[in-house]
Unconditional design. Structure first.
Length: 107
């Protein structure tokens, strides 16, 4: 299994109270604004996870999760700015543990 993440938590700068990061929305030409900090994709091959992680990030939580749920052998973890964690159906509580109390797993 491979896990690849795309997110705004490392490569960014802030100016006048606004965060600018490196994941660019091709529709606007500006950094994507969708309340996500990161998307992690789990697949058999890392090249597949790499291609999906940025694409799914750009789609946002709802649209991204819908696509992940339709893909075989593919799982995802979404983390939002308000520290909510969403996992796709194939990830069980036995497989996934949150170790920082400020993050909350959503049902």
């Amino acid at each position: 299994q491979a896990l690849v993440s795309s997110g705004t938590y490392e490569k960014y700068f802030e100016q006048n109270g606004k965060r600018y990061h490196h994941i660019i929305d091709p529709q606007t030409g500006y950094p994507a604004e969708n309340n996500l900090i990161s998307v992690s994709i789990i697949t058999k091959e890392s090249i597949d996870a790499d291609a999906l992680s940025t694409s799914i990030f750009l789609l946002g939580l709802d649209k991204g999760m819908k696509i992940i749920e339709d893909l075989a052998n593919t799982e995802a973890i979404f983390i939002t700015y308000d520290k909510k964690v969403y996992v796709s159906r194939g990830i069980t509580k036995e497989q996934f543990e949150i170790t920082k109390s400020e993050f909350q797993l959503q049902e």
